[in-house]
Design a protein around this ligand. Structure first.
Ligand code: FAD
Length: 388
């Protein structure tokens, strides 16, 4: 297809993966990011086999693999006794079934891998300090206005500007946001501060009444990443960089197992952030004219199935394939939307349904024949080969 240039809004995981996929389809891309510079932000992300297959098709798997940790298993433990309630295979068995394994990685490491690949293709591809404000479109392209007053034009525009997407509200109007009643904290703890007996296996989920903790290593095992969830009312701020206090988190988990209390006590406050978990229904339409949304901008989801970054990678791979296969931009965007909306809605809905399961009043009753993500068939989706 002849397409001279596509504008991508947002240089997060989704925007950079989309840029890479479009470059590989032969399209010139400009990614406009609001931040003044690409920085070291975020903590841990999980990349399940469906995401790993996406990274393979984008040509960045080898670099990703050097920085990611591939657990053989994950266990689910009782919040107070520490009893192992279930063991979840994450290694060779997944590889046999789906062609790839399960990984965990620091968000900044995956971000760096994607940014390096995009810039290697085109050193001018990422433009920082540009905050999307508005757009106008006609039959041949999209003109984008930024907060600094600049206008840019391209044949199509992809909004990958995250959970509070301005592109989405410009294209589709404001949407209803529902506070779930849960707050999440994320923190990074130096591994030498974690009790050694608490590290077998390295990946563990702890569940208790109204609370849950998911913890795994990042940065070559130097840091333990955790996400802690608690039921709350009266605090509903949604954002990735809201500072939090260790004392507040320690009070929430005061009656939990000593290993968990030690991990919380060891987190440096500069590495502790919190956000309110807000649910939305996924959009039915992702495309308007020559503009579309991707990643959290299209389908913000709760983190209970660990599919946030993975869905954005899936979107990007399918978008690139649609541009490869279509005769023109409208056809490419229609193929992208047609291939992705149903899949994303399914994962968003199923992620929301996990809340009661992981905040159980009766953790002793936790069991599964097949881990829930596998039972839902999430890993059997290969974005590099699904029909587009
Ligand atoms: C700072 C930060 C830290 C995060 N930390 C974690 C974490 O620790 N664990 C986790 O599971 N998930 C984290 N996430 C979310 C996770 O990256 C996403 O859920 C997932 O990867 C999907 O990515 P995305 O590209 O759709 O959205 P995001 O990763 O949110 O990226 C959106 C990008 O768009 C930019 N942007 C937003 N508005 C505009 C605008 N108007 N104009 C231009 N650019 C704009 C943002 O600055 C950001 O770079 C974080 C996201 C961010 C932005």
């Amino acid at each position: 297809m002849e397409c001279s240039e596509v504008i991508v809004i947002g240089a997060g995981i989704g925007g950079l993966a989309a840029a890479l996929a479009l470059q590989r389809a032969g399209v010139q891309v400009r990614v406009y990011e609001q931040a003044a510079a690409l920085g070291e932000v975020g903590a841990g992300l999980s990349i399940s086999p469906n995401g790993a297959l996406g990274l393979k098709s984008l040509g960045v798997f080898a670099e990703f693999r050097k920085l990611a940790y591939a657990p053989d298993e994950q266990c689910v433990r009782h919040f107070k006794t520490g009893r192992v309630l279930a063991t979840v295979p994450r290694g060779a068995r997944l590889e046999d079934s789906y062609g790839e394994r399960y990984y965990v990685i620091h968000r900044a490491d995956l971000h760096q891998v994607l940014a390096t690949a995009v810039l290697a293709n085109d050193p001018a591809a990422i433009v920082t300090g540009h905050r999307f404000a508005d757009l106008q479109q006609d039959g041949s392209g999209v003109s984008v206005r930024f907060d600094n007053g600049e206008w840019k034009r391209a044949e199509a525009m992809i909004g990958a500007d995250g959970v509070r997407s301005r592109v989405r509200s410009t294209l589709f109007g404001a949407e209803q946001v529902r506070f779930t009643g849960f707050v999440a904290w994320r923190g990074l703890v130096p591994m030498d501060q974690v009790p050694s007996e608490a590290l077998d296996p390295l990946c563990q989920v702890w569940i208790g009444p109204g609370h849950m903790i998911n913890r795994y290593p990042v940065r070559g095992g130097k840091l333990l990443n955790f996400v802690a969830f608690a039921e709350r009312s009266g605090w509903e701020d949604e954002g990735w960089s809201i500072p939090a206090q260790v004392a507040e988190l320690a009070a929430e988990f005061a009656d939990w197992h000593p290993w968990i209390r030690q991990i919380i006590a060891a987190v440096p406050e500069r590495d502790l952030f919190k956000w309110a978990l807000c649910a939305r229904s996924a959009l039915m339409r992702w495309v308007r004219g020559r503009a579309a949304v991707l990643g959290d901008a299209a389908h913000p989801l709760l983190p209970y199935l660990g599919q946030g970054a993975v869905l954005a990678i899936e979107d990007a791979v399918v978008l690139g394939r649609a541009f490869q296969q279509a005769a023109d931009v409208p056809e490419a965007l229609a193929r992208y939307e047609g291939a992705r909306v149903g899949r994303a809605r399914f994962v968003v809905e199923r992620s929301s349904l996990q809340v009661p399961r992981f905040h159980s009043d009766d953790p002793d009753s936790f069991h599964h024949e097949v881990p829930v993500d596998e039972a839902l068939g999430l890993f059997g989706y290969n974005p590099a080969s699904v029909p587009v």
